[in-house]
Design a protein around this ligand. Sequence first.
Ligand code: OGA
Ligand code: NI
Length: 199
Amino acid sequence: MTLQETFNTLIDSYINDKVGITDNFLSEVLTSHLISNLKLLYAEKQLISAGIGNEKVTVKDASVRGDKIYWLDRSHNDPYENEFLDLMDQFVSHLNSTCYTGITGYEFHYTLYEKGSFYKKHLDQFRNNGSRQYSMIMYLNANWQEGDGGELCIHQNGNMRKIAPTNGRSVFFKSSELEHEVLVTHKPRMSITGWLKIN
Ligand code: OGA
Ligand code: NI
């Protein structure tokens, strides 16, 4: 599959049922490098507890969300972070040219949920800041088994859809629209999570 075809698979499934899913957005090689990076950052205690609210009012409340994060940034000069961000540049330009989405920026962080943690039902767009347009999550979990928990649970018209965070899987949905939660994970659960924005 070409990169364009992979992008289109994600976009088409988003158009069809509001939740885009593809299992090969990231190559296996890049996925394994990102996993190693994230494990190292975690071991070095570089991840911080994620907050709720926006940049101005951030509260840390483990009864709402228990994940730990690390923002990706080109200034880190990490080859795999950069490769990931290059891929996102390509995805954004594909999305803008095929769907006229007008995305002007993005933000992504590594995420690690330790065993027993979760993220209660929420929307990703802040009430006082509408810049987040689309949410994207790319899972970095080799050998994820049924029974490991940690499903992304999307609430839609009174229904619940559970998506397992399996290695290489990517999920894409509109940030202002779909309420979702992360169910309790029974082992460490890793991902890159981010948002495509109009600033
Ligand atoms: C989030 C989120 C879902 C997931 O970080 O806002 O909802 O599956 N993440 O990690
Ligand atoms: Ni969310």
